[in-house]
Ligand binder design. Structure first.
Ligand code: B12
Length: 426
């Protein structure tokens, strides 16, 4: 029987864990596994997750003459290459997919011909099955999520209970059995630092599909808290309303959703209440008006609009996870200070527990990366280290330095109990 292994590598050496580590299932890989098993039942499929085990353990578990699919992100790409090298030596076919591979497929194809057979850009389910059936082009594009033909991701490919326990352990005050889902893909905004690969425009799953998945999670797995990791749920209010309107009367788990400040108003608050939203992840980004106008996060985006949105949420007893990005173009010590004070003000309004803050990483696929490449010339490599990208960026576009930015990242993270950042230990 054909052996298939789908792998999320461990973060590359030096990159630290955070309060989210090991809490959320690798949904993209589960979706590929479920679809592949449905289309090709005579295969043996395993999902290995570097959020739970080390790269060394993943490598020890590699099977010979298999098909190995690897989910690449900038902070795990060095680990992905390490796994691919060993898999190739063991006679396997190696397929790279995920956001990083989708951003620089030609480079990967050029520099990794010896260890990578295929690079998939975009959604992986159909291309992965096609590859197993013999499709042989090296770079395969699939920009549409094909939601209508995809089965509910089957959580039995992984030890689901372990993720749920990690979620509880890492978020002691939330005290719920929590997990992640997806309701839609794609985003109408074009934020400077965003590198999510998605369809052109926004695609929502049908409400029936979403509620069927929620029912399975609630009734079969006792899930009480759902983190919808989609882009921004309020960006298409018609689709959002139809999701809420079709909510079954007998299901009422708590929702944790993502929304831009622009999408938070009386209408969306009413929908949040009906959906049982208790938590909204809001990209506050900066407290500086001038810097806010450089992000391209909607025409009305400003610190004032963010405060207004957070006040609305607080008045409705809905908690938040604010997110900050330091190192925007022309960032200075003054603007960092303004952002720190802004974060403290948000803390006063909404006593948040979870917080995200990082220095801007110009991830391949983002506009920031293109700006950086224009300045430094496009290096002849497919291996971009996030911390190095960050440092180059700060040197070239900010009016302050890397160390000062990191001091402020830490000060802002200290405002929350559950802190999320992306950083390499020095
Ligand atoms: C949920 C999430 C997580 C969860 C779960 C991870 C997971 N694998 O699902 C957690 C919290 C654990 C996590 C961790 C991290 N994440 Co994360 N995460 C996300 C988020 C919000 C959603 C991902 C998701 O579930 N998508 C839905 C599923 C269905 O789609 P998908 O995973 O993209 O997979 C599809 C395609 O990409 C493709 N595909 C993916 N893998 C493969 C593999 C093969 C072989 C093929 C053919 C196709 C393919 O097919 C899939 C199905 O259609 C995205 C942002 C976003 N909206 O995409 C960030 C995102 C992917 N994460 C990001 C980062 C940086 C991280 C961390 C490094 C953060 C950290 N410091 O801990 C770690 C890395 C973990 C690791 N070991 O690699 C960045 C990546 C940036 C970049 N360009 O590299 C993103 C884009 C967010 C951002 N900052 O912009 N993440």
């Amino acid at each position: 029987m054909l052996e298939i292994q789908l792998i999320q590598p461990e973060k590359s050496p030096g990159y630290t864990n955070n309060s989210r580590t090991g809490c959320y299932v690798p949904l993209g890989l589960l979706s590929i596994a479920t679809y592949t098993k449905q289309q090709l039942p005579d295969t043996n499929i395993e999902v290995l997750d570097g959020e739970l085990i080390t790269n060394k353990e993943i490598i020890e578990q590699l099977k010979p003459n298999a098909v190995i699919g690897i989910d690449t992100k900038t902070p795990n790409y060095a680990s992905a290459v390490e796994i691919a090298r060993v898999a190739k030596e063991m006679g396997s076919k190696v397929v790279f997919g995920g956001v990083y591979a989708s951003a620089i497929p030609e480079k990967i194809d050029l520099y990794r011909q010896d260890i990578v057979n295929h690079v998939v850009v975009g959604f992986g389910e159909r291309p992965f099955v096609d590859i197993i059936k013999g499709r042989d082009d090296r770079v395969i594009h699939n920009s549409e999520p094909n939601f209508d033909e995809l089965p509910i991701p089957d959580r039995s490919f992984i030890d689901f209970e372990r993720y749920i326990q990690n979620f509880q352990q890492n978020h002691k005050t939330w005290d719920y059995r929590g997990t992640n889902i997806f309701t839609h893909m794609g985003c109408k905004y074009k934020c400077l630092f965003c590198s999510r690969s998605g369809p052109k425009g926004v695609r929502y799953k049908t409400p029936q599909m979403v509620w069927q998945e929620v029912r399975t999670l609630v009734e079969h797995h006792g899930i009480e808290y759902l983190v919808d990791f989609s882009d921004t749920i309020t960006q298409d209010m018609t689709a959002f309303r139809s999701l809420v309107d079709s909510k079954p009367d007998d299901l009422n788990p708590i929702f944790h959703i993502f929304s831009t400040a622009e999408g938070i108003n009386h209408e969306s608050i009413e929908l949040f209440k009906r959906l049982n939203v208790k938590h909204v992840f809001v990209g506050a980004e900066t407290g500086d008006y001038r810097l806010a106008s450089k992000i391209s996060k909607g025409a009305s985006f400003s610190p004032e609009r963010t405060l207004e949105a957070i006040t609305f949420l607080s008045d409705a007893q809905i908690g938040i996870t604010p997110s900050f990005v330091l190192g925007l173009p022309d960032e200075s010590e003054d603007s960092l200070d303004t952002t720190y004070n802004f974060a403290k003000r948000i803390k006063e309004i909404s006593d948040f527990e979870e917080i995200f803050c990082s220095a801007l990483i110009p991830f391949p696929g983002s506009r920031a990366f293109d700006i950086l490449m224009e300045k430094i010339g496009n290096p002849e490599t497919d291996l971009f280290d996030p911390e190095e990208l960050k440092q180059e960026w700060i040197k070239l576009v900010c009016n302050t330095d890397y160390e000062t930015i990191n001091v402020y990242v830490d000060k802002i993270l200290d405002l929350g109990e559950y802190a999320i950042t992306i950083r390499k230990n020095s």
